[in-house]
Design a protein around this ligand. Structure first.
Ligand SMILES: [Fe+2]
Ligand SMILES: [Fe+2]
Length: 166
């Protein structure tokens, strides 16, 4: 397994996008399947945004100041996803708004992942190079061990807010 920060985050993205596809492929009445998939999506997103908020974004902000606007926009996109995730986690799959809300979450996160992968991660790679990206990757691996897995866990929402206002 690579310890390059960007490779690691892209692997997470693949897993997240695969879960999105499965959700979209589930039938209208497949409440149980959809509920389980949304649980999985919530866990993947909670861990992923946590390690980006805690490690990747602050390091990029510090080391590549010209990408500050991209990082700030990304924090806001995480915040929108956090709100939807919080709401979804409190909702039953039978709720008439469940699929609609999950669909909006999926659309938002797909757009966010595209921006990371196409617009600013390549610039981060160019600016930081392999050694620094490996250091960041190792720090993310450490952070992943204690990352919250549910939005209700301490650290999930509060960390996002702290990261935005500090
Ligand atoms: Fe992100
Ligand atoms: Fe990401």
């Amino acid at each position: 397994m690579s310890n390059d920060a960007i490779v690691m985050l892209k692997d997470d993205h693949k897993e997240i996008l695969a879960a999105f596809k499965k959700f979209e492929a589930a039938g209208d009445g497949a409440h149980k399947t959809k509920g389980a998939l949304v649980d999985r999506i919530i866990e993947l997103l909670t861990v992923h945004t946590y390690i980006e908020n805690e490690i990747m974004y602050p390091r990029v902000r510090e080391l590549v100041p010209e990408l500050e606007d991209d990082v700030l926009e990304s924090y806001e996109e995480h915040h929108v996803a956090d709100v939807l995730v919080m709401e979804l986690s409190a909702m039953a799959p039978e709720d008439e708004r469940f699929t609609a809300k999950a669909t909006v979450l999926i659309e938002n996160v797909r757009h966010h992942i595209e921006e990371e992968e196409d617009e600013w991660f390549p610039k981060v790679r160019e600016a930081l190079g392999r050694t620094v990206l490996q250091e960041i990757g190792e720090a993310m691996q450490e952070s992943r061990k204690t990352a919250p897995r549910r939005p209700s866990q301490p650290g999930a929402l509060k960390k996002t807010i702290d990261a935005v206002i500090s």
